[in-house]
Design a binder for this molecule. Sequence first.
Ligand SMILES: NC(=O)c1ccc[n+]([C@@H]2O[C@H](COP(=O)([O-])OP(=O)(O)OC[C@H]3O[C@@H](n4cnc5c(N)ncnc54)[C@H](OP(=O)(O)O)[C@@H]3O)[C@@H](O)[C@H]2O)c1
Length: 325
Amino acid sequence: MRTRHFPAPDLTVSRYCLGTMYFGTTVPRDTAYAILDRYADAGGNLLDTANCYAFWADGGTGAESERLIGRWLADRGMAGTMGVATKVGAAPARPDEPYHGGNREGLSAKRIVEQFEQSRERLGLDVIDLYYAHADDRAVPLEETVEAFGGLVRDGAVRALGASNHAVWRLERARALAAAAGLPGYQAIQQRHTYLYPRPLTVPVPESIQLAAGDELLDYAAVEQLPVFAYSPLSNGCFTRDDRRPPAAPVDYDHPGSAARRAALRREAQALGVTANQLALAWLASGPAPVVPVLGVSSVPQLDELLAAADLELDPEVRQRLSAS
Ligand SMILES: NC(=O)c1ccc[n+]([C@@H]2O[C@H](COP(=O)([O-])OP(=O)(O)OC[C@H]3O[C@@H](n4cnc5c(N)ncnc54)[C@H](OP(=O)(O)O)[C@@H]3O)[C@@H](O)[C@H]2O)c1
């Protein structure tokens, strides 16, 4: 698998990042290990997890994914070789109440530092390659959050910082505050991003559990050369599976425009002799913004399908036709 170097975060990232959200909960240990082994063999070099994966799954506490990765890194002697990105900020603040954008642990300095230590322990790592703010927290002064994250890099515990589910203006403001304070700031973004486009939100931005990458974010990332880690890139498998509808929540892709888009994707994929999933990932990765899809597979055959076209390059005319569909 090809890699790409991002100078600002100084990270060299393989074409696909591997999401591990359900590893240790709905994806059992042996399957997760087989997926991780296959990804590593194929040259993949960055795993994506969080301090809360997957608290909402049956029997989940939120610690399962990090723990499983920590054990796999130790068992395979891959600590320090396989990159790891993890996140803080989206675990429920009050686990007994319904989960929503107002019920998150948030990004106070105290919470960031405490949770960082717990993540590091579960992962069995001294240094985390990429540490994200999982969701914005507008109740805490941004200066406090920026200082806490910047301090982790300054102390050598984190290589690079990222922001997930942030409005573009908040990302820019946080980066400006960090620069003014002489601190390392966010140099990567992780947002929901797929070939489908979402309906406008029906809740205010800060209350949304997830945010999708829009034109402004992609423009900002292209100009600043910030990697955009695109999560949920296969829209729950609906590109190739007729039993799957486009996701309707927490971001709504289940509208008539998605049917036309899915048909166009399938048509172009058939003409190229690739699968619709492979083409969707190539479309994501071939725009002006540097996009790295975060895969969400639950079996080795699913991963194999995606790896088989990891080097697929799109003809600009095909990309343009797909974008205009
Ligand atoms: N920052 C954030 O807020 C955030 C939010 C969500 C996710 N993420 C990250 O993004 C990763 C991916 O997210 P996601 O699971 O929502 O991704 P997704 O692209 O929507 O994929 C989800 C589902 O698609 C199906 N699928 C995957 N590969 C397939 C294939 N080759 N053929 C057919 N179906 C296939 C699988 O369904 P089945 O398992 O049912 O077969 C899989 O669980 C997560 O692991 C996590 O690391 C981050």
